[in-house]
Design a protein around this ligand. Structure first.
Ligand code: DCS
Length: 282
C-alpha cells in the first residue's frame, strides 16, 4: 500500500484522478521539489520547502497551505509509507482549466506528492562517471524549479546516447550546470562553480558544499568555467539531492586529472556524509 498526497488528502495511487486539462500536464505549468529522506528524516527540509514556495511565487502559483502544514504533510507521507532511505517528489500545478495560455480567472492549484525508496549511488560516488558537453538550450529562468524540463530531458538523453551519465551544459563557452545537477571544478585549492543567477538552479546540495568548502579551507570562486578551463581542472564533480557528490572523471572523452576521484572531492564527500548521520561509508 503506497500513499500519495493529493492536495490535503492521502489516497491510494489508483484513486488519483488528474484532469486532461491540468495545466501541469498540458503546459508544464507548475513547479516541483525532490527532498531526500535519510533514516526516516527529511534532509534539509526547510531549504527545500522554502525553495518550493519561492519557485511557486516566481510563477505566481499560490501554495494552498502554510509552510508548517506543508512540512507536516511531507513528514506524514514519509511516515505512512515507512520510508527510511528514499525521497519525496512533490509538485504543484496551476490546476485545471479549459486550454488557453493565459492564466485562468479561477483555478485551484493541484498538489501531488509521493515517496520512493532510493539507495545512495555509492558505486558512482567512488568510481565517478563520464560526462558530455551539451549546449544549454533552456530558457533564461533556470532558477525556477519548473516542471517544464524538456531542455533538461533532451540534454540528459543525448549524454546517455553517448554512454555518459550527465550532460555538462554550457552557453557558448561558459559552463552553467548539469541537466539535473550543479557542476564544480577544483584547481589547486580553489573550487569553481557558476554563481547562483537565473542561469542555474541554486541547488540545496550546492549550498551545503559551499559551506563545507569553508570548513575545509577550500577557496570558492563563484565564476563560470569555460569548457577549456573545465578540462584543465584537477578535479570535477556534480551534485544533487539524489546524486549527492559524484566525481566526473571524463568529459567528452578527456580525462580530468588522473581520471579517478580527486582527493578534495573525496574530502567533500566525507564531510557531506558526516552531516547525514549515517553508518554507511563511501
Ligand atoms: N540543477 C538542476 C537543473 C537540477 O534539476 C537539480 C536537481 C540541481 C541543479 C541540484 O539541486 P539540488 O541540490 O537542490 O537537488 N534536480 C532534482 C531532480 O530533478 N531530481 O533529483 C534532484
Amino acid at each position: 500500500m503506497e500513499w500519495i498526497l493529493h492536495n490535503e488528502e492521502f489516497i491510494q495511487e489508483d484513486e488519483l484522478k488528474i484532469s486532461k486539462e491540468d495545466r501541469g500536464y498540458q503546459f508544464g505549468d507548475g513547479i516541483y521539489e525532490v527532498i531526500r529522506v535519510y533514516g526516516g528524516n527529511l534532509y534539509t527540509a526547510k531549504e527545500h520547502i522554502d525553495r518550493f514556495y519561492e519557485s511557486a511565487e516566481k510563477v505566481k502559483i499560490l501554495v494552498p497551505y502554510t509552510k508548517d502544514v506543508f512540512h507536516k504533510l511531507m513528514y506524514d507521507l514519509v511516515e505512512k509509507n515507512e520510508i527510511t532511505n528514499g525521497q519525496v517528489y512533490v509538485q504543484i500545478t496551476r490546476g485545471s482549466f479549459v486550454r488557453q495560455h493565459q492564466f485562468p480567472d479561477s483555478s485551484s492549484p493541484v498538489v501531488v506528492a509521493y515517496t520512493k525508496t532510493v539507495e545512495r549511488p555509492v558505486e558512482l560516488m567512488q568510481n565517478g562517471a563520464r560526462a558530455k558537453f551539451i549546449e544549454d538550450m533552456r530558457w533564461l529562468r533556470c532558477d525556477i524549479k519548473s516542471l517544464n524540463l524538456l531542455g533538461n530531458v533532451m540534454a540528459k538523453q543525448e549524454a546517455y546516447d553517448y554512454g555518459c551519465f550527465e550532460a555538462v551544459l554550457h552557453r557558448g563557452e561558459l559552463i552553467t550546470e548539469g541537466s539535473s545537477s550543479n557542476m564544480y571544478g577544483i584547481k589547486n585549492n580553489t573550487l569553481y562553480t557558476h554563481p547562483a543567477t537565473n542561469l542555474i538552479l541554486d541547488g540545496i546540495t550546492r549550498r551545503t558544499i559551499l559551506a563545507l568548502c569553508e570548513e575545509l579551507a577550500i577557496e570558492v570562486q563563484q565564476t563560470p568555467m569555460t569548457k577549456d578551463q573545465a578540462l584543465q581542472m584537477d578535479e570535477f564533480f556534480m551534485s544533487s539531492t539524489t546524486a549527492e557528490i559524484i566525481p566526473l572523471v571524463e568529459i567528452d572523452g578527456f580525462k580530468i586529472g588522473n581520471g579517478t576521484r580527486g582527493v578534495k572531492t573525496e574530502k567533500l564527500q566525507k564531510a557531506f556524509e558526516a552531516k547525514l548521520n549515517l553508518g554507511v561509508k563511501i
